[in-house]
Write a protein that binds this ligand. Structure first.
Ligand SMILES: Nc1ncnc2c1ncn2[C@@H]1O[C@H](COP(=O)(O)OP(=O)(O)OP(=O)(O)O)[C@@H](O)[C@H]1O
Length: 324
């Protein structure tokens, strides 16, 4: 690992991790362990979704990475810089979007975003602030006071503030908590646009739909432990199960013994058979051919059939249940 300040440290080189978390633990004052030996590498330019139930440790993890909460043990590097020994270098690479605006109702959009940049000791850069406001379609509102803005615009102001000092990585803590569907989609567009401009994005969410829609990779945290980190597509493939529903021409009262070797359930008051199989085992065969042959041999006629892939939501629920 390059030492901070060396040629590789903070070089923004493609291929080097944006964030590296090693053996990170956090025990709060009262003795509660909120993080347990978390290891996590965030790649440059990805959208990483940290998913977990209430109280799992999501906010604690991002707070420690951002240097707002001290770790009990372990380390965090941001662009190669240790976030304790080289706090300043690490922190200036990070933008943090909190859930709500605080007490700035009478400030204008322009002033609040410019002020945020100043907090990082960065020289004024009106051209950059203009770019940020334009990218977030806030330019026309630059002279409006925050209290005059809609909920969606306020959320975009939070992002503009976090981007004001040119961070390379943006943390969004529950970016769409409590917002309507339309605004949620608008936020997703904004986040995708930022990723397209090269910003690494880490978001925490309760909404599986949000992770499914947005993320390149997904981490699932539960009781302070990172129980899974996986490419979204691979997660869907590996853990996804598919269901084949066979609608029967003549309803069955019970499952015939001849079919007991298959993973079948009688449904829809005997009008359907539901067969479940692992998508990941498709290479070895799904067992569907054998099932259809056995159905024919038993004289069961199938009227219609359809398949359904389980959603990330089901995968997530199963995962959390399994690690309970
Ligand atoms: N300052 C603190 N002192 C003691 N315990 C804390 C403190 N902050 C958080 N905790 C506890 O640590 C655990 C993790 O909290 P955290 O806020 O990180 O969870 P979260 O996953 O972000 O939850 P949510 O989705 O509800 O925001 C919780 O049990 C919480 O009560």
């Amino acid at each position: 690992m390059p030492e901070p300040g060396s040629t590789a440290g903070g070089s923004g080189e493609a291929g080097t991790p944006m964030i590296q978390v090693e053996q990170l633990s956090k025990i709060y004052g009262g003795g509660f362990q909120a993080l347990k030996e978390v290891n996590l590498t965030i790649r440059r330019g990805e959208i990483f979704a940290l998913l977990g139930p209430n109280g799992a440790g999501k906010t604690t993890l991002i707070s420690v990475i951002c240097g707002l909460v001290n770790a009990s043990s372990g380390s965090v590097r941001v662009d190669g810089f240790d976030n304790v020994a080289h706090y300043r270098e690490a922190r200036e690479r990070i933008g943090l979007v909190p859930q709500e605006l605080t007490n700035e109702a009478f400030t204008t959009v322009w002033d609040t975003v410019s002020f945020s940049r100043g907090l990082f000791g960065k020289p004024k850069d009106p051209a950059h602030i203009e770019n940020v406001l334009r990218a977030l379609t806030l330019w026309d509102k630059r002279d409006n006071r925050l209290l005059e803005l809609s909920g969606g615009m306020k959320r975009r102001v939070l992002i503009a503030k976090a981007l004001s000092h040119n961070p390379q990585v943006l943390f969004l803590d529950e970016p769409t908590a409590g917002v309507d569907v339309e605004l949620r989609r608008e936020m997703w567009e904004v986040v995708r646009g930022l990723r397209d401009q090269g910003v690494t994005i880490i978001l925490t969410t309760h909404y599986i739909e949000e992770a499914e829609e947005m993320a390149d990779r997904i981490g699932v945290i539960r009781r302070g432990e990172l129980v899974l980190v996986e490419e979204k597509a691979a997660l869907m493939r590996q853990l996804g199960r598919k269901e084949l529903t066979l609608h029967l021409a003549v309803p069955l009262e019970a499952l015939p013994a001849a079919l007991s070797g298959h993973d079948l359930v009688l449904a829809d008051e005997g009008h359907a058979l539901v067969y479940t199989y692992d998508v990941s085992r498709q290479d070895e065969g799904t067992g569907i051919a054998g099932l259809l042959a056995d159905l024919e041999a038993t004289g069961i006629r199938v009227k219609d059939l359809h398949t359904r892939q389980s959603s990330l939501e089901e995968i997530f629920v199963n995962l959390v249940r399994e690690s309970a």
